[in-house]
Write a protein of this length. Structure first.
Length: 368
């Protein structure tokens, strides 16, 4: 597979989008895949600045047709439209209950992934990105884990998800484009570390999406070696930890990864990260009725939050068809109040997209 370097970012097969939007809740659209090897061939005899013009047209101007880029000669635009496209089907599902939109993408090898746009009341537009097709970790509460692991996503397949919704927001005349990106979709980002980091460079690139590093978050179930590696990254990216249990025994029951990495090992790596980066760490805690939401669990969790840069993000469990049920509003309130009384910083995640199976833990490469 050919690779092209631009602004210190390595890209393989970059994907563009072409579609016709309607106001329906379920929209079928075409995704235009542009092979950068083909682009190189087309531009081989052109001045070097042509590739930079093409890059700007794709990521800044968000063109949907090469003919929309009038900086390129007409005959070249015609060749690009002819030589650099391949149609693939994708579907969009809009939530009736929240400002969220889910995209189901079919990749070149017919594998399917999902990505979600979260539109916040304060004007932020957050993309929840997938990093793998399926997931090898098999967390008991997660729909993606039930798929098993298929493969890693390439850099371009990660970027494709952002490009799709950048176009969507432009077409819908949003006042703001994409403001935040979270790697919290399908897959374990730190098991596809290199591709995730390369894609973040493009997201952060001022000549591409220009999303600030502090507006990009990567969530991991706790791959200790990669947390240590992440601590050495130069960009100010946010780290989130999928914790979901306050002791090793319970965590191992819910998350098989905990059988390899104890909480002591995990927190040792997190402490190393905080020491090197001096950045806040978000601990995600899914509240499951009768499993991890008792007063005992809350106090035990508080005991783990020893650093002032640790923040707990409480998430009401989103049903995935298994044996678990979400905690009640009363249980969540009691759990949160215990943490607050213990002096722990706590946030509570707003629910997005449950009705379209787009909420945390519900993505599984399916329609609904």
């Amino acid at each position: 597979m050919a690779k092209v370097c631009y602004n210190d970012c390595t890209v393989d097969n970059l994907s563009l989008l072409r579609y016709n939007w309607t106001s329906s809740q379920r929209i079928s659209k075409k995704i235009l895949y542009m092979n950068l090897k083909g682009l190189q061939i087309v531009l081989a005899g052109q001045p070097k600045f042509r590739f930079k013009q093409a890059w700007k047209a794709v990521f800044v101007d968000l063109i949907s047709d090469w003919n929309d880029n009038t900086t390129l000669p007409k005959d070249l635009r015609e060749v690009l439209n002819s030589e650099c496209s391949l149609d693939v089907e994708a579907e969009i599902f809009g939530s009736e209950k929240s400002e969220s939109v889910k995209a189901l993408l079919t990749l070149e090898d017919d594998q399917k992934i999902e990505t979600v746009l979260l539109r916040h009341k304060d004007g932020r537009n957050t993309i929840c990105l997938s990093s793998q097709v399926g997931c090898a970790l098999g967390c008991a509460f997660c729909a993606t884990g039930k798929m098993g692991f298929k493969r890693d996503l390439t850099v371009s397949e990660i970027i494709l998800q952002v490009l799709l919704f950048a176009r969507y927001l432009k077409e819908n005349k949003s006042e703001k484009n994409i403001t935040n990106v979270v790697f919290m979709g399908m897959g374990e980002p730190f098991l596809n570390f290199d591709n995730v980091m390369e894609s973040i460079k493009i997201l952060n690139d001022k000549e591409a999406f220009n999303i600030g590093a502090r507006h990009i978050s990567v969530s991991t179930a706790g791959i200790v070696e990669e947390i240590n590696k992440f601590a050495n990254e130069k960009m100010q990216i946010n780290l989130a930890i999928s914790l979901h249990a306050s002791n090793d025994k319970l965590r191992a029951e819910l998350m098989p990864v905990a059988r390899k990495y104890s909480l002591n090992q995990l927190f040792e790596a997190i402490e190393n990260y905080v020491e090197k980066r001096s950045r806040q760490v978000m601990f995600e805690y899914l509240l499951i009725d009768g499993v991890n939401d008792s007063e005992y669990h809350a106090k035990e969790l508080a005991g783990l939050m020893k650093h002032p840069l640790y923040v707990v993000n409480l998430i009401r469990y989103n049903p995935t068809g298994g044996r678990f049920r979400p905690s009640t509003a009363t249980s969540i309130r009691k759990f949160k109040n215990i943490l607050l009384r213990e002096g722990i910083k706590v946030t509570e995640r707003h629910e997005f997209g449950q009705d379209i199976k787009a909420a945390c833990g519900q993505l599984a490469g399916r329609k609904k």
